[in-house]
Write a protein that binds this ligand. Structure first.
Ligand code: GDP
Length: 371
């Protein structure tokens, strides 16, 4: 029903016309300029709504908040920060778990199996993905197929695909803030999935408490084709697809990994990284994986390593953002953009030393910078 105040009688209606007179003009929608004038009021209202929605785990408002956090628009940034600021005191109460492995290793099947197991045991699970391919190829390795169908139907599960576009740094910032939002909504297990492309594994390691590497048993040397350094950042390795004809191969692969791990310095102080086998499809080994994670949390919480890592991650995150922001403002400056092709030519021709060229660009930036 329209409010009586929203209508008025135009001046061409008869003077003595009563309420029964049919002609009324209904006020239209507010002009954009009016909306703008009221924007400060509307903004606060929306921030409160979003915060309340997240805290009561209203899935629509939760998704809306994450969309706001993921937005690249400058105008959304402040609002997103206000929401996050209010959510921050309610965050942090989760176990953040990174899961990585090559495409086809069985990550999504394992997440489905582990996620269902955790939900059955009273947990609330959020699954986020970090897909570096979206920033490299504009395509998607993780998102193209229907994944985790059973889990996605669960009330106590929230699945959010990788934010798309932008640099890995940008995707990472969004994911870190999405973790805060999900925790405030009461999700106590955050699973962050990624694929072994570029820096993505290192990036995920820098935002989780526990890092699980999913591997496959191949023929022959198991360590071939595994990116150097990835084993070093894992808190556990699981050789998946340990079922049927593959069981024996998986067990052999597991002991090969165990041998290598024996000689490596574990990534987490006071914790020995070990290798396990699992079958995500039958669920064999899922409970064991969870036991390992629980034990890890117990040990690292008791020793203080858990909190120490989280603090270090926050500090690292702060300075990484500064680096990203500085880099962006440097390369997006018109004068720098214009100068780079000229300098590149000079470098190619050998007219200028790289150090001199770098110095020249930095000087140009500093003398034209308002910072
Ligand atoms: P992702 O790309 O790492 O997420 O891998 P998926 O979870 O999509 O799995 C790739 C394929 O391997 C699918 O066809 C799965 O059904 C299959 N798969 C996953 N886990 C297992 C397992 O434990 N045993 C067997 N036999 N197949 C599996």
């Amino acid at each position: 029903m329209k409010n009586k105040n929203d209508t008025y009688k135009p001046d061409w209606t008869p003077k003595n016309a009563g309420e029964e007179f049919a002609v009324r003009v209904v006020k239209g929608v507010q002009k954009i300029s009016d909306t703008k004038i009221n924007s400060a009021k509307t903004k606060n209202h929306e921030v409160e709504d979003l915060v309340k929605g997240v805290l009561t785990n209203d899935r629509v408002l939760l998704a809306k908040t994450i969309t706001l956090v993921e937005s690249n628009a400058r105008a959304h940034f402040e609002k997103a920060q206000s929401v996050l600021h209010k959510l921050l005191p309610h965050s942090g109460n989760s176990i953040r778990i990174g899961i990585s492995g090559v495409p086809g290793a069985g990550k999504s099947t394992l997440i489905e199996s582990l996620g269902m197991y955790l939900i059955e045991h009273g947990h609330k699970v959020a699954v986020l993905t970090i897909d570096p391919s979206s920033s490299i190829t504009k395509g998607s390795i993780l998102g193209d197929k229907t994944r985790m169908e059973k889990l996605s139907r669960e009330d106590n599960c929230f699945i959010r695909p990788s934010p798309s576009g932008g640099t890995l740094g940008g995707v990472t910032r969004k994911s870190r803030e999405t973790i805060i939002v999900c925790e405030a909504a009461g999700y106590d297990i955050i699973l962050i999935e990624t694929v072994g492309v570029g820096q993505s594994e290192i990036t995920v390691r820098s935002m989780v408490d526990f890092f699980l590497l999913v591997q496959l048993a191949g023929a022959g040397d198991e360590l071939q084709g595994i990116k150097k350094g990835v084993i070093e950042i894992a808190d556990a390795i699981v050789v998946n697809k340990a079922d049927g004809n593959n069981l024996q191969k998986a067990n052999i692969a597991r002991s090969e990994f165990a041998n290598v791990l024996h000689y490596l310095k574990p990534v987490t102080e006071g914790w020995q990284t070990r290798a396990f086998v699992s079958s995500a499809i039958t669920g064999q080994g899922t409970a064991d994986i969870w036991k390992v994670m629980q034990r890890f949390v117990e040990i690292t919480r008791a020793s203080g390593v858990f909190e120490k890592r989280r603090t270090e991650q926050k500090i690292e995150w702060t300075f990484r953002m500064i680096e990203d922001e500085l880099k962006d403002s440097f390369y997006n400056k018109e004068i720098i953009k214009n100068e780079i092709p000229r300098l590149k030519l000079d470098i190619e021709k050998g007219n200028i030393l790289p150090t001199t060229a770098a110095g020249k660009l930095l000087k140009l930036f500093n003398s034209n910078s308002s910072i």
